[in-house]
Design a protein around this ligand. Sequence first.
Ligand code: GAL
Length: 669
Amino acid sequence: MPPSPHENTAPRVIFGGDYNPEQWPRETWDEDVRLMVEAGVNLVTVGVFSWATLEPSPGERNFAWLDEILDLLHANGIDVDLATPCASPPPWLGIEHPEILPVDQNGVRLVAGSRNQFTPASRVYRERSLAIARDLAERYVDHPAVVMWHVGNEYGQLDYGDEAAREFRAWLTRRYGTIEALNAAWGTAVWSQGYRSFEEVLPPRAMPYLVNPTQNLDFRRYSSDQMLACYDEQREAIRAVGATQPITTNFMGFFPHVDYWTWADHVDVVADDQYPDHSDANSPADTALVQDLMRSLGGGRPWMLMEQAISSTSWREHNLPKGPARGRLDSIQAVARGADGICFFQWRQSPFGAERHHSALLPHAGEDTEVFRTVCRLGADMKALAPVVGSRIDARVAVLFDWPSWWAAEEPGRPTARMATLEQLNRWYRSLWSRGIPADVVRPGASLEGYDAVLVPHSYILESDAAAEITAAVRRGASLVVGPYSGVADSRGHIHQGRSPVVLTDLLGVSGEEWGGVPDEGVTLQATADWAGAPASPITASVLAERLRADDATVLARFSSGDLTGMPALTRRAEGEGTAWYLGAVVDDAALDTVLAEALAAADVTGPVADLPAGVEAVRRGDVLFLLNHGAPATVTLDQGGRDLLTGADLGPVLSLDSGDVVALDRRG
Ligand code: GAL
């Protein structure tokens, strides 16, 4: 995280947001900086969508306004995360060079008038965006306000046009070398799809019927790589002019079109945009998982919440305003889960344009508002949380997740379209969250050394490297829980041949031969006498179930209705020092929670607070224990009290938390 030149080396939580001064007359800027200072804002992201202002016509440069605002911000002690403006090319670029505009799957070319109207594959787009980025970097590399660089914005563009076709073929040539290798990997023997040369291959545009799943999978990989190439060349250009500041771009959580594992090493600070929907009761837990993912992408390093909304968004169908308590909970939750920077979209609410109803730190109604008072209070909270800056979270649980696996799992033409990777991941994670247990999200195949529990909610693609890591972790003593329809395919999306999950059957002691949908009314499961800790309530399963055989495992539950009656549904097997559970169906929340609780207990994984009340989130970051009450008023009993960093009060071990209350207990000494 960049230290500020204004505060020497004193640790600080970055606090601020996107600032678009080009939308405002010069007089407004003075009021902006005055109120930023009042609110405790110490960093703003400038220039994200300013290409047309910086380059009003081809080759022209208009930097005067940017010189002035950067100087003004710096003079007022506010740092800048300076953006390359490449997310939204000016209309003239698309008019002069229509090939820079993206084409959708149906061949429709998109036009200017919104944003993101570019194809990452276009050479002209790349040259022009690089040129403006380079000039910007050269001009401001030594500006004392600039403490960070922000390349583009929320990379996520998909393009199926001719520019993309050319680059996709080049990507495939690098990946496969020969057309024979591509034909084999794509299984083109099916439906007469064999290609004679790479020139014949197209992006997966609109087709009469189901698309070759490996073609889709590779196109997703290619698209992610192509966007990364855009990012990388700008990053290199910024470095080439001598920049020493961190360089990043903003991720979007579990975003479907970018494989952030492959991007993670390319950003100096992992930065993320989070817009949870608070009308969903699961949103605090689901957001916590996103935040654990961000921490994991950075290898445990502090990350930055680059964007969030202080209240409503402009794109959600129905917005429930956040209110002060929720606004505060959201930001402090991110700090608790490893963020050292808390920023928003955006500083001042726009009176016009598509985001005129998107909330901002300074609303249309001005400073005499609940929102602005919330912002000022948050600014003070962030100052008070400075002692946590740089500290880390120790996670003993690994949850496996990978983008290609998600992509391949949800290709059409599968046993049931109701099985959703993220939904399963979220369901499993909620059990951890309710116990105050953080997780590292781990890419299958990466080391599992040091983890006491390994969860595999739904890893459709699993290969032998991942299986070897998983097996070694169990032998060392870890608890492993594997969910249904995992280990189905290899990295090409080809179904592993043999009883499933082929690469894990020895470890699990159970094997399957068919995956099938479960009838709408669900099926029941009956616990066996071997399952001492079985839930008291009846167990049900939905969505998907497997026809299993227990080869060398204890059966904990069997199907008790439907076609699979009498067959194993849930098993357990000891291996080395550890234990492996297998779920052969999507079981209900209570049963899932029971299995996960058993596995965590077997590995002695506990949260920082025993008997955490429902709705209260507990996270230990470094020496600080955060308690966030997302639910009804609750009493939390700790083994010891501590000083609350947020209020400075010394608190005893029994805490009464109102809805929305947050404490940050300093446990040092
Ligand atoms: C993000 C984007 C911002 C703003 C925000 C609104 O996708 O990066 O520029 O549009 O959403 O929620």
